[in-house]
Design a protein around this ligand. Structure first.
Ligand code: HSE
Length: 432
């Protein structure tokens, strides 16, 4: 074994960074044996140097991240600060100064992955980011390496633990969105500002990364259709149950049936209780991958948290250190397929539409005509007179598969009918 250690600079020492440092220390001998050389924490860049960081030599702590990555003797920079800047500049500077990078930064990878990969390649360095999607769950390496000989057609997953916790609470207790969010906040699952999670920005970034790797195509955050889950109601869950479904916030990346394009989207959807993703409870994540040869695979585990995310970071650190010792680099960006990313209107799926309508003769026929005029075929219709209303009924329509554009056109036309008093909810039905 080489005795001269590989030097690691840690950028960020919060929930994840502190766990990375702890595991590097407590597992030092095992890591050295697995890599073939010891790894040494050479510096830790933080914003608040006065905070006590147990187990970290205060002499290693600095507020000058730029100087740390420019030292010239750093082998690997571990970036766990998140956000676009200064992370982007620090990563590109690290490459310029001869270091490889392990990052957990989904927002940056989803926005600028191509440029970062190009910078890594230009300088002959590695860029690894297993921790950027679904915490501890191995996904990027399986898609990039294990399935490199297969053809992935679909990635369907729960990639945000906060929203899965909230939706699971709503499902199991009948709670409304706000009540479930309050509980998630009290238990520390939701951030004080939960926007990134509940409006699905976090899941959309992960979907962009997964789609890009799965389909060997550049998919950026802006290419991902995004709908948050703040509008999901207790009555949506009641409707889902009547259909033998539950509701999950799903990231769905699909290759079109003709193979000529891909789509990536994140939105709440009904999913049958019989689907493996329906039983993913609490803050857990799970991703279902469908490919030509392997068939259906499911990856499950903790998608967030200090130690689970650090596990993925450490796995990358070991891989990058091994590459460095052997004078090689690991797989870079694979975007050779360059498939177009189609808009949401081209997505084909099923829909559950809840309408408030006038309870009088001919209304059902009128509504059915609008669906027919837009080429959307109805699977089932359920009508219920409502005791509490003056001549109103609830009409629930479940469609066969149709394009999102056709469904949008249908709903716009329905809203114009005098007899349709309101569109209570529209939910896609997935996983069948
Ligand atoms: N906030 C994310 C979640 C974890 O709730 O899953 C980090 O991506």
């Amino acid at each position: 074994m080489r005795t001269r250690p590989l030097k690691v600079a840690l950028l960020g020492c919060g929930v994840v960074g502190s766990e990375v440092a702890r595991i590097m220390t407590t597992h030092a001998d095992d890591l050295a044996a697995r890599i073939g050389a010891p790894v040494e924490l050479a510096g830790v860049a933080v914003r608040r140097p006065s905070r006590v960081r147990e187990g970290i030599d205060p002499a290693l702590v600095t507020t000058d991240a730029t100087a740390l990555v420019k030292r010239g003797d750093i082998d690997v920079v571990v970036e766990v600060i998140g956000g676009i800047e200064p992370a982007r500049t620090l990563i590109t500077t690290a490459f310029e100064y001869g270091a490889s990078v392990v990052s957990a930064n989904k927002a940056l990878l989803a926005q600028d992955g191509a440029a970062l990969h190009a910078a890594a390649e230009e300088h002959g360095e590695d860029l690894y980011y297993e921790a950027s999607v679904a915490g501890a769950i191995p996904l990027i390496r399986p898609l990039r390496e294990s399935l490199a000989g297969d053809k992935v057609n679909r990635v369907l997953g729960i990639v945000n633990g906060t929203t899965n916790f909230i939706l699971d609470k709503m499902d199991s207790t009948g709670a409304g969105y706000q009540e479930a969010l309050d509980e998630a906040t009290a238990l520390g699952y939701a951030e004080a500002d939960p926007t990134a999670d509940v409006e699905a920005f976090d899941a959309a970034a992960k979907a962009a990364i997964l789609a890009g790797i799965a389909f060997h195509t550049r998919v950026r955050l802006d290419d991902v259709y995004r709908e948050g889950m703040t509008e999901v109601t207790a009555s949506d869950f009641a409707s889902a149950r009547e259909m033998g479904c539950t509701i999950k916030l799903l990231a769905i990346c699909e290759r079109a049936a003709d193979g000529g394009s891909v789509t990536a989207r994140v939105h709440p959807a009904m999913i049958p209780l019989s689907h493996p993703l329906a039983s993913v409870r609490g803050a857990y994540n799970a991703v279902f991958v469908e490919s030509d040869a392997a068939g259906q695979l499911m990856f499950y585990g903790p998608g967030a948290g200090g130690a689970p995310t650090a596990s993925a970071v450490l796995g990358d650190l070991v891989a990058v250190c091994r590459n460095r010792l052997s004078g090689a680099t690991g797989p870079g960006e694979s975007a050779y397929a360059a498939l177009p990313v189609s808009p949401m209107g081209d997505v084909v799926t099923r829909y559950h539409i809840s309408l408030d309508v006038a309870d009088k003769p001919g209304v059902l026929a009128q509504v059915a005509t609008v669906f027919a005029e837009h080429g959307v075929s109805i699977d089932t219709v359920r009508q219920q007179g409502r005791q509490d209303s003056d001549g109103e009924a609830s009409l629930v329509v479940v469609t066969h598969r149709a394009s999102d554009a056709s469904l949008t056109g249908t709903v716009e036309a329905l809203r114009k009918l005098d007899t349709v008093r309101g569109v209570a909810s529209i939910m896609r039905v997935e996983g069948e």
